[in-house]
Design a protein. Structure first.
Length: 161
């Protein structure tokens, strides 16, 4: 497919909570719910353990967008993991904005194990939003992608992530 307009097929990396969102993805698949196959999901134990460097790595290495999906706030299996994720992702998005990355490219959502329909809707909506933005092309736009990771890491450390 061409990389312009509606023909652009974005690559999304998803970090999914083992206890809720990964199971919602499983339910969506077992229920044969239709959603774009653009998501490359990675199971993590908790969104609170999601390292912002993983998002930077995904974007730097070809992802056009990243989804982080976890348990609903107040329902984390590790008590406060999702609140920690909210703080980290907000700091990361501020950093990414300074680097010219649109907010819609990195999204944090909630889907419990029984919300397969909601999971499919989130993936569809995120795919549509990233498709409208077009390819990220960080590698082409930056002289040295290692400088990006160093700059973002320093900014996150300064902000207290």
């Amino acid at each position: 497919m061409s990389e312009n307009g509606k023909d652009f097929d974005p690559v999304l990396v998803g970090f999914l909570c083992n206890w809720c969102s990964y199971r919602a993805a499983d339910l969506a698949g077992m229920s044969r719910l239709g959603y774009p196959p653009n998501l490359r999901d990675i199971r993590i134990m908790c969104t609170g353990r999601m390292d912002p460097a993983w998002v930077l790595h995904a974007l730097r290495n070809g992802a056009d967008g990243v989804l982080i999906l976890g348990c609903h706030p107040g329902e984390c299996h590790y008590v406060e993991g999702n609140y920690k994720a909210i703080r980290r992702i907000n700091l990361l998005k501020r950093t990414l904005k300074q680097l010219g990355v649109e907010d819609e490219r990195v999204q944090l959502h909630w889907a419990s194990a029984s919300e397969g329909v909601q999971f499919a809707e989130i993936v569809q909506r995120a795919t549509d939003q990233v498709r409208a933005l077009g390819p990220l092309n960080w590698k082409r736009n930056l002289q040295d992608s290692s400088d990006l990771a160093a700059a973002a890491g320093a900014h996150l450390a300064h902000e207290g992530a």
